[in-house]
Design a protein around this ligand. Structure first.
Ligand code: PEP
Ligand code: MG
Length: 583
């Protein structure tokens, strides 16, 4: 039994075998080649190895900068395998002498080498064979180039492990058989963490290298509440985990009783509680937990599920289905937020040197005007089936908002002209997730219908910390005075202009922060379905006046540490009072 600690990214407990995410295995076809083709096949082999090498080098460089050289060791070992003379000689010999196509020759050479390892009980040999298989598949993908295959999820209930999963990976993976996630890289607001919270399974990220790669097939226990990963837990620990899981179920059942009650404080202040979703499968969970609507639909995930851009009619179908299923409750459609970590080759958003400061969100949409216009049209058409709102991501100032609204106006007049059924004037809102949007909030408020604060990016950009980088994850500080003041300023600016202000970042799912968000005067919080009942419970327990007092105490504390300590002491005190029968 060994314990590792990482970043607690999604609460809960699970025990199960580790399933390491791999792309679908590519098994090459064996083909006999003519003597005249030998040189071309050797050249293909060189090119494929070259691509695999470049791919590994990028990962090594990234791990080295983000986690340090020790963490990149495993991948550096893979580079050595690519140089292995035994593999090279055997491959070239098979191509030349047996006239076998390059990919089949390489696969045979790797299999022969793997067969030389005496037994897989020994951990070192097991790792080495795992590395060999990884390298083999990388080279196979190198042969296929862009046409590489997609990810394969677990066939039985498992803890999914990966070095990192991109949002498009998680969309491709789905949720089937996923008991929880463990990941080497990542921070609190990386998309695996968001997905895990959304489907209500535990996750630990930032495990820094070895923990994930070493335990394929072994049973692990994960505690996503405290960030503990226990490898091969003993019977006592396993029982303890099962007990904690059962307790969690009992608590959830109690909270389920709140489903149809409003999120209203004892002194009558009302907060709207909505759900964040990525895919239609999450919609039922959101409704079951009492969401009053969808406060953030990340439409890019619907695109990632397809490997081609869905047509306007396809989008109308997808969006309409969601609007209909919400039975009169509003859906806020956020237009595509690709770029940053949400890269998708087929949409044309490429990996960039500084991706979060690059071509993402509204910048990408404005540059791909036709794609943007089609999406907005589809949203307007879907809005004929029920209430919908439109929201733009990554707005940095009024100019972008005006350009986006121009497209909205164009869409409306075209739909009108063509006599196509569509929703009436939709509310048009923006995400406030860049410091410039906060500072210009008073100017922006005059030109849109609502604000929704994206605290994940707002924290990233305000505190200059990459939200997916484990090394700087300690800077994810929702209680940093700069963050609290940014939210306060945004709410004040919105209310002064008569528009409503919500928050849809991960801050909204943290129980300890519920009172703070309430006291900041937000009108709406949108969060993951699974976390909704807990937050509602806090709102129903806390008077608005007291929540405002909490904010007044926190907002002038100079450091996030002091704010965390103050809040922890306050919450402990409130809990004691409640247990003693007070309010
Ligand atoms: C945010 O940035 O807080 C947000 C909700 O958007 P995303 O996590 O999709 O960037
Ligand atoms: Mg964002």
């Amino acid at each position: 039994m060994r314990t590792y600690t990482g970043i607690a990214a999604s609460p809960g407990y699970a025990v199960g075998p580790v399933f390491r995410i791999r792309r679908q295995k590519i098994v090459p076809e064996r083909r006999q080649i003519a003597g005249t083709e030998v040189a071309a096949e050797v050249a293909r082999f060189h090119a494929a190895v070259g691509r695999a090498r470049a791919e590994i080098q990028v990962l090594v460089d990234r791990l080295t900068t983000e986690l340090g050289p020790g963490e990149a060791e495993i991948l550096s070992a893979q580079l050595l395998i690519l140089e292995d003379e035994l593999v090279w000689d055997a491959t070239l010999a098979l191509i030349d002498r047996e006239k076998v196509n390059a990919e089949a020759a390489f696969a045979r050479a790797v299999a022969d080498l793997a067969a030389r390892f005496p037994g897989l009980e020994d951990e070192t040999f097991r790792e080495r064979v795992n590395d060999l298989r990884d390298v083999e598949q990388r080279v196979m993908r190198g042969f296929l180039g862009e046409k590489a295959a997609t990810l394969q999820g677990p066939g039985e209930p498992s803890i999914v492990s990966a070095v990192n999963l991109t949002p498009s990976d998680t969309a491709a993976l789905g949720h089937r058989n996923v008991l929880g996630f463990i990941m080497d890289e990542g921070g609190n607001t990386s998309h695996v963490a968001i997905l895990a919270r959304s489907i209500g399974v535990p996750a630990i990220v930032g495990l820094k290298g070895r923990a994930v790669a070493r335990h394929v097939g072994q049973v692990v226990a994960i505690d996503g509440t405290d960030g503990r990963l226990i490898v091969e837990p003993d019977t006592e620990t396993t029982e303890q985990f099962h007990l904690m899981t059962r307790q969690q179920i009992v608590i959830n059942e109690k909270l389920a009783g709140l489903r149809d009650l409003p999120a209203v404080t004892p002194d009558g202040h009302r907060l709207r509680m909505m759900a964040n979703i990525e895919l239609p499968v999450e919609l039922d969970e959101a409704l079951a937990r009492g969401a009053e609507g969808i406060g953030l639909l990340r439409t890019e995930y619907l695109f990632f599920q397809h490997q081609t851009i869905p047509s306007e009619d396809d989008q109308v179908r997808m969006y309409s289905e969601m609007v209909r299923r919400m039975e009169g409750k509003p859906v806020i459609f956020r237009t595509l937020d690709v770029g940053g970590d949400k890269v998708s080759d087929y949409l044309g958003a490429k990996r960039e040197y500084n991706p979060f400061l690059g071509w993402r969100g509204i910048r990408f949409s404005l540059a791909n005007r036709q794609l943007f216009k089609t999406q907005i049209k589809a949203i307007f058409r879907a809005a004929s089936h029920g209430p919908a709102k439109l929201m733009f991501p990554m707005i940095t100032g009024v100019q972008e908002l005006r350009q986006a609204r121009e497209v909205v106006d164009e869409v409306q007049s075209e739909l009108q002209q063509d006599g196509i059924e569509h929703g009436a004037d939709l509310e048009v809102g923006i995400m406030i997730e860049t410091p410039s949007a906060v500072l210009a909030a008073d100017l922006l408020a005059g030109e849109c219908d609502f604000f929704s604060i994206g605290s994940n990016d707002l924290i990233q950009y305000t505190l200059a910390m990459d939200r997916g980088n484990t090394r700087v994850s300690y800077l994810y500080q929702p209680l940093h005075p700069a963050i609290l003041r940014s939210i306060q300023r945004t709410v004040t600016a919105g209310h002064a202009a008569g528009i409503w202000v919500g928050l849809c970042g991960e801050m909204g799912s943290e129980t300890r922060l519920a009172e703070v968000l309430l006291g900041l005067g937000l009108d709406e919080i949108s969060l993951h379905g699974a976390a909704l009942p807990k937050i509602k419970q806090v709102v129903r327990w806390t008077s608005y006046t007291e929540a405002q007092q909490v904010v007044a105490n926190l907002i002038d504390l100079p450091t996030a540490d002091e704010a965390n300590q103050w809040l922890a002491a306050y919450i402990a005190d409130r809990k004691r009072q409640r247990e003693n029968g007070g309010n």
